[in-house]
Design a protein around this ligand. Structure first.
Ligand code: 1QQ
Length: 407
């Protein structure tokens, strides 16, 4: 059974030179305290199941960036009371079958203690039951659909549900244009997260007394949206809300604008990547997207995370990278805490996976997302949410998420 008793963890810092798990000498990173893990004979493998290929790789890449920064950060801080962690990557591709294969490899061949992933909720509904059956903890870093934590006792997530996050963007749109009355909603009908998110958007629109004039469907693999976009534009909406992934969603925005739509556009969580800029380019301007992360969140760990991210990628860290970092932090701090009670090295792999799963649900974590903890079913409890608007540079190539004041 899952247990939600909140509990603080503490760090033990060691101070000597770092040798990372594969035996190479690591380059010191000035952003992270140099108190590295030293016991390289006994690394702790954590599985990463993100999309590195397919059209979902735009979203998967940001998760990868986040976990890599976390590996470096926590190993420099001493790892698990001296033992380093090591990421083991398996590419999930963009579908359920890819995620299932990645999970099987991580569990049976790579013998990981826990998994971060997969990228999409659609993939999580396929792959997480495998982890559940094998009693391997999974932390979703970007799974926001309804029903993810309920997949099983070994499934948790640090990515807040669409039910919590999505309504913020509709309220922000109304603040920018209080005249909004007619709303057109679009969603990708072949994807679990998008189906879940559109329900929340449609309910929010109705609850706010707005007029839902049309609901248009598409596929995440579509590239031509002329028919649906024209149908919606004919109804003269003042607001368009899109639940899609980055490539399809970005192309839909582009085609709506090319067909003459001038009103506000809200994008769901699938738009939450700077990779969308290269899809809709100058026509991305003004799209509103709710966020579960702010780069300026004032905490020590977020400052360190943001500085390291900006130095490496020359842009502000996106939400999914921060969520992936937070998922790793949960594993690290839960392992540290467990190790103090019953030495992790004395446990069999099966015991370690089970005890780690129980331990991680008990903690309270000061992450770049702010303070988080878990409900008994493994859903994240998070306090702060934000809304950003896409601002494109005049060349239409580079852009940024500009945070709005939404109180
Ligand atoms: C999900 C999502 C994706 C858009 C995140 C990358 O929220 O599938 O649940």
């Amino acid at each position: 059974m899952k247990n939600a008793i909140a509990r603080q963890t503490t760090f033990l810092f060691l101070s000597s030179m770092l040798l990372i798990a594969c035996g190479k000498t690591d380059v010191p990173n000035p952003n992270f305290p140099n108190k590295p893990a030293t016991n390289t004979s006994n690394i702790i493998p954590i599985g990463i199941a993100f999309a590195q290929t397919s059209n979902v790789a735009l979203l998967g890449q940001e998760g990868t960036d986040g976990v890599k920064l976390a590996e470096k950060y926590f190993n420099h801080k001493g790892g698990i009371n001296g033992r380093p962690i090591k990421l083991v990557f398996q590419d999930t591709g963009g579908d359920e079958a890819g995620a299932i294969n990645a999970f099987k490899s991580l569990i049976n061949q790579d013998k990981v203690v826990g998994i971060v992933g997969p990228t999409l909720s659609q993939q999580a509904f396929g792959a997480n039951p495998i982890a559940e059956r094998n009693r391997v903890p999974v932390i979703g870093a970007s799974n926001t659909a309804k029903g993810i934590p309920e997949i099983g006792d070994y499934v948790a997530r640090v990515s807040s549900s669409v039910a919590v996050v999505a309504p913020y963007s509709v309220k922000a749109a109304l603040q920018q244009n209080p005249q909004i009355k007619k709303v057109a909603v679009f969603y990708a009908q072949n994807d679990a997260f998008n189906k879940s998110e559109t329900e929340i958007f449609q309910k929010t629109v109705k609850d706010l007394g707005l007029n839902l004039v049309t609901v248009q469907k598409f596929q995440t693999t579509d590239t031509d949206f002329q028919a649906q976009a024209s149908d919606a534009i004919n109804l003269k909406p003042d607001l368009v809300i899109i639940s899609g992934l980055a490539v399809d969603g970005g192309n839909l925005v582009k085609q709506l604008r090319e067909l003459g739509y001038k009103g506000l556009i809200i994008g769901g969580n699938g738009f939450n990547t700077s990779h969308i800029f290269s899809v809709c380019r100058a026509l991305c301007e003004g799209v509103i997207v709710a966020q579960a992360y702010s780069p300026v969140y004032p905490s020590e760990i977020n400052k360190a995370f943001r500085k390291a991210y900006v130095e490496q990628y020359q842009r502000e860290p996106p939400q999914v990278s921060a969520q992936a970092f937070a998922a790793m932090q949960v594993y690290v701090e839960a392992l540290q805490s467990l190790d103090k009670k019953s030495k992790v090295s004395n446990l069999t792999l099966a015991q370690l996976r089970t005890e780690l799963n129980q331990e991680l649900l008990k903690g309270t974590y000061q992450t770049p997302l702010g303070e988080i903890a878990f409900t008994p079913t493994g859903d994240v409890i998070q306090k702060e949410f934000y809304v950003a608007q896409l601002k494109m540079e005049s060349n239409g190539v580079k852009g940024k998420f500009s945070f709005l004041n939404i109180k």
